[in-house]
Design a protein. Sequence first.
Length: 445
Amino acid sequence: MSDPVRPWLSGKADANDDGRQARGDDGPWLTIVGIGDGGLASLTGEALDAIDRATAIFGGERHLAMLGETAAETIVWETPFSAALDRLLDRVGTPTVVLATGDPMWFGVGATLARHVVAKAMRVLPAPSAFSLAASKLGWPLQATACLTVHGRPVDQLSRHLFPGEKLLVLSEDGASPREIARLLTSRGFGQSRMVVMEHLGGEREQVRETLAAGYDLEAEADLNLVAILCVAGRAATPLPTVAGLPDDAFVHDGKMTKRTLRALAIAALEPMPGALLWDVGAGAGSVAVEWLRAAVRTRAVAIEPKPERCAMIAENAATLGVPELLLVEGSAPGAYGGLEAPDAVFIGGGLSDGVFAAAWEALKPGGRMVAHAVTLESEAMLIELHGQLGGELMRIAIDRAEKVGPFRGLKPSMPVIHWHVTKPYPKLVPVDAEGPADGPGQAG
């Protein structure tokens, strides 16, 4: 599913995850060797033996150049990655090595290959990661440091990690990344943050340089680098918590958005969990989808919105608030549901007519959460009827806010909103008599 505003988004959890089944053999045929900037001299005997026995070695140009002469066939990773993956999987059962940087299972190719090769067919021999090397030099405990990457990812995602005193270690895309990170820090009011650019860690060309984000003055940065950041908030900084209920003015909007109090209630009822997928139907400014993504690690969200000007606002909000991975679908429900992965949670805040609810309920996974809001009498009647049919919790929320009334103050009521949330039940087990199943196999709950 394409994104009309940000076409680099694929809508998948990982750009290299194309649905292939994991493959392998009875024993490990694939060895993934983590290699540092010190080259072959930094490898263990086990890693060197694997390289010597391999009939084919895959890797980037930099890694393959470290090998020197070898009897194995050397294969440079292709673009797109899927083409190289096909060549790799064709070698099932043949001793094969993949060279990777540092720890292949931490933001590395090992994590991708693990989705296509069964664990018993793959051996991973990690080298010290860039995170470990950097933390050792800085004296930063890794468990108290956020380890991130902008390799193949937008720099905007760092925004959600900017808090006073926070320590960040960020793998760069290339030599331009440190300056891009400095611009982001400065634009978010963290210009006085200390930046340490660490190049070729562990190698002969290792270089460590320090600067402030607002006065970034480094030049000729190596493509292989990591940026350490000690976050310092200036007066212009507005750090935002990850708990739901951001101020309404944190979002760009045209008035069509779920307001702060109701948004916090909706997120609580949607129950964000690691890896879970949300459909935000009639997303408006995308505030619910954005807060969902900020609420738990590895959450995913699709914002469905028919108006292109609002799609642009959603993209801006996602970037500003550090969740540029939010997938945008420009279109009207329920037609826009086609081709989307089944959700773990659905929020409907932009109308319930024309089959919007029925198709979303059908797509929602068993055990998934449905939350809907209504402000019109017609939508309110629909929610009352659905509550009668499906149960759940139905409530009417009316909020009064203090405002000026001449020289005094008074409470001004806002339009009441009907909030309904329900968990989709699991299918009932089909009874099985002593002779066997009456109507086919039972379905696990």
